[in-house]
Design a protein around this ligand. Structure first.
Ligand code: ITT
Length: 197
């Protein structure tokens, strides 16, 4: 089994990525906490490639990274690539979004989407494969649910009548931005493990 470093410091993401990749023919290993990458890209894809590449080179190993975030239509796509830097804690980030949407009370004014870009880098830092997933929903006026992480308690999926923080993990996995991106990448990872490693 070839080792694949999961290049994230976000425990919520890590849990989800491990679940998606549980059956893959790769031995997953977490990046050391002290290895941090500056997210200087101006797109989710650029930042995912940057994180995967830099960690791969630093550890001389295959690496997978995810750059993701929330885009709210009424806020012209904010917080977008700044989702992690929008405030200091998950609660403060949620409070800021709710405050900024205070003049948009109707669900149709509160449309939003999560985006996830995933990239896999070879030990020399070149990108072997990448994919993007999008999941559309609405921002609630108050948080609901205790599961998940980040903005999950305010992201509501009308078809399920549940927020990401209320739905079973398997449901989030099947419809989420990360699930869509990782479904594509994990198929590629199986091919790479068979042909290139
Ligand atoms: P790494 O860069 O170390 O992976 P990070 O938390 O800094 O961790 P990002 O820069 O990609 O990751 O920021 C993503 C932000 O969007 C962060 O605030 C997450 O909590 C949030 N986010 C991403 N996916 C999410 C999801 O499925 N549910 C809720 N919030 C999510």
């Amino acid at each position: 089994m070839t080792k694949l470093i999961v290049a994230t410091s976000n425990p919520g993401k890590l849990r989800e990525m491990q679940a998606y990749l549980a059956d893959s023919p790769w031995e997953l290993s977490l990046k050391p906490a002290e290895l941090e990458v500056d997210e200087t890209g101006d797109t989710f894809a650029a930042n995912a490639c940057l994180k995967a590449s830099e960690i791969a080179i630093a550890m001389n190993c295959w690496a997978i990274a995810d750059d993701s975030g929330l885009q709210v239509d009424a806020l012209n796509g904010a917080p977008g690539i700044y989702s992690a830097r929008y405030a200091h804690s998950d609660k403060e980030r949620i409070d800021r979004i709710l405050q900024e949407l205070i003049n948009f009370p109707d669900p149709h004014q509160r449309q939003a989407q999560f985006i996830c870009a995933v990239a896999v880098a070879r030990p020399d830092g070149t990108i072997a494969t990448q994919a993007e997933g999008i999941c559309r929903g609405e921002i609630l006026t108050t948080p609901r649910g205790d599961d998940g992480f980040g903005y999950d308690p305010i992201f509501y999926i009308p078809e399920q009548q549940l927020t990401f923080a209320e739905m079973p993990k398997a449901t989030k996995r099947s419809i989420s931005h990360r699930g869509i991106a990782l479904a594509i990448v994990s198929q590629k990872l199986t091919e790479i493990a068979t042909n290139d490693c």
